[in-house]
Design a protein around this ligand. Structure first.
Ligand code: NAD
Length: 296
């Protein structure tokens, strides 16, 4: 069994990005600048955003964090987005999800300039992705493709079963894996909460992408020998032995599944760090595209 080490791979990627930034600076070009809007004080969101800001510093980007109180109105948030859209120094920005219930998430995502949409959530980028056109790929699926490529996991002609159909993970993953690309050319089955007899599908899978958010849902008896496992899930589970009072659990029961797997991502240290590295990659791309008048 080979561990798909997202921590190491994301560090390699960040070193490569830092090198590109050094070169941009040496050529007197603009330093990439990522901004993030955080609304409210959700613990997990605050952790994610601070990891993203930390990653910016590590690769040599400029970063701006806009923190807004949880009672911020939709109109105020849309105004902040407009300001970032019009700010020439900002190459890309993200609005950390989830948003408070009184704010319409889709309306907010639609307001982001697609050329600065480094999360790849705007309908323009999603549509371009579906049509194999240049776009910003959503960071988590992008990170999974990168992991599969860097570990030379064979995907062509393989059967991929994706569990979960969310807009940010399951759906784009199913589209990308079916496309003609390095980590692609697969036969894809997408499953979800209404799928009957899920185990019948997972037992046939050469590759399983588990993105449903139920801790340790996928167990050893649900997979075949030699399977490749991508565990996207991150759930905080109470754990009195930890200082924080919780541990992070994936959607895969690692102990039983890893015995049968040929490749598997751990949680933590698998898909999570890759997501942040790919956000950096998209920001670099946004900056380069702007420098080149959007011709690349
Ligand atoms: P979501 O809640 O939006 O979607 C969950 C999906 O799982 C739904 O499509 C639902 O139909 C499906 N589902 C629910 N129960 C099921 C069942 N019993 N059988 C089959 N399918 C079922 O989730 P999401 O935003 O895609 O996130 C999924 C998990 O991945 C969460 O734990 C989240 O925290 C994690 N996540 C991690 C990263 C990362 O960077 N590692 C990024 C995004 C999300």
């Amino acid at each position: 069994m080979i561990l798909l080490d997202g921590k190491k791979t994301s560090n390699d990627l960040k070193v490569e990005i830092a090198e590109s930034v050094k070169q941009l600076k040496a050529q007197g070009k603009k330093t990439p600048h990522l901004a993030a809007i955080l609304v409210g004080t959700d613990g997990a969101s605050m952790t994610y955003v601070s990891s993203k800001v930390k990653a910016c510093h590590l690769v040599g980007f400029n970063s701006t964090l806009i923190e807004l109180p949880s009672e911020t109105t939709e109109a105020t948030l849309l105004h902040e987005i407009e300001k970032l859209n019009n700010n020439n120094d900002i190459d890309g920005f993200i609005v950390q999800l989830p948003l408070p219930k009184h704010i319409n998430e889709q309306k907010v995502l639609n307001a982001v300039d697609p050329d600065k949409d480094v999360d790849g959530f705007h309908p323009t980028n999603v549509g371009r992705m579906a049509l194999d056109m240049p776009c910003f790929l959503p960071a988590t699926p992008f990170g999974i493709l990168e992991l599969l490529e860097r570990y030379h996991v064979k995907t062509s002609g393989k059967h991929v079963v994706v569990i979960g159909r969310s807009h940010i993970v399951g759906r784009p993953m199913s589209i990308l894996m079916s496309q003609k690309r390095k980590a692609g050319d697969a036969t894809v089955t997408i499953t979800h909460s209404r799928t009957k007899n899920l185990k019948e599908f997972t037992l046939q899978a050469d590759i399983i992408v588990a993105a449903l958010g139920i801790p340790e849902f996928l167990t050893g008896d649900m997979v075949k020998d030699g399977v490749t496992i991508i565990d996207v899930g991150i759930t905080r589970v109470e754990d009195a032995t930890k200082k924080s009072g919780y541990r992070l659990a994936g959607d895969v029961h690692f102990e039983s599944v890893s015995k049968k797997a040929s490749f598997i991502t751990p949680v933590p240290g698998g898909v999570g760090p890759m997501t942040i590295a790919m956000l950096m990659k998209n920001t670099l791309l946004a900056c380069e595209r702007k420098e080149n008048n959007f011709v690349i």
